[in-house]
Write a protein that binds this ligand. Structure first.
Ligand code: ZN
Length: 222
């Protein structure tokens, strides 16, 4: 039974990523962008994704860490992006620079949407007609997107649109890390939530001098 696992928006949260990797079914896994930003373990997350050979697309935070242009971000997000930029080595920045805007194999994977791959937020209330248009652009029967940090999946005709939610900073009111696993023959989707040591991340956020609100929001799942 062929499966595919989707993870997204790890955002430098190593304990959440480790907890999710422990629970993933045995199958190929793709990451839908935002490897870094917000949380204090960007180096460790880059190393672990590379070690596990988990391919990733580029997210808007990954891109901003590379360019240093934070004009589109709120002050808290901007501070974390600039902190991350200061703490990565040349090799780690080169890894971020190597991330493609899109991966197309059995799925089409992007961070935002197929028409605005870095920026567009596709929330669960998007109408079917818009999602159909995205599937046409994607040219695959599965379209996988991240960026909103809100998990959802929807069948549109015989195709599937799916967002696995966020590993490193869930925003749907559930503080547990989120991932999706797809049965590629039936297109059935399982959204799985995983507990991890939020207190450990919160302490490290404060120790690193990142904004305290980034620690608080992890406990609230927002
Ligand atoms: Zn994100």
């Amino acid at each position: 039974m062929a499966r595919l696992n989707l993870i997204a928006d790890v955002h430098g949260n190593l304990p959440a990523l480790e907890a999710v990797l422990d629970e993933l079914p045995k199958a190929k896994t793709l990451h839908l962008g935002d490897v870094v930003g917000y949380n204090p373990y960007p180096k460790e997350v880059i190393e672990l994704l590379q070690e596990r050979r988990i391919a990733s697309v580029m997210g808007n935070h990954d891109n901003a860490v590379l360019t240093g242009d934070v004009s589109w971000f709120n002050p808290v997000a901007a501070r974390a992006i600039l902190w991350t930029r200061e703490h990565l080595s040349e090799e780690e920045l080169a890894y971020l620079a190597s991330l493609p805007l899109e991966i197309k194999n059995e799925v089409c994977a992007v961070h935002g949407s197929p028409r605005r791959r870095l920026e567009e937020y596709v929330f669960p209330d998007y109408p079917d007609e818009v999602l159909s248009g995205f599937l046409k652009l994607a040219g695959r029967r599965i379209l996988a997107m991240g960026h909103t940090h809100v998990p959802f999946w929807r069948r549109v005709g015989d195709a599937l649109v799916v967002n696995p939610g966020s590993v490193g900073q869930p925003r749907d009111g559930d503080a547990r890390a989120s991932f999706a696993s797809i049965d590629l023959s039936t297109l059935e989707v399982e959204i799985v939530r995983v507990e991890y040591d939020i207190s450990r991340v919160a302490r490290e956020i404060l120790r690193a001098g990142l904004p305290a609100v980034l620690a608080q929001r992890l406990f609230e799942g927002y």
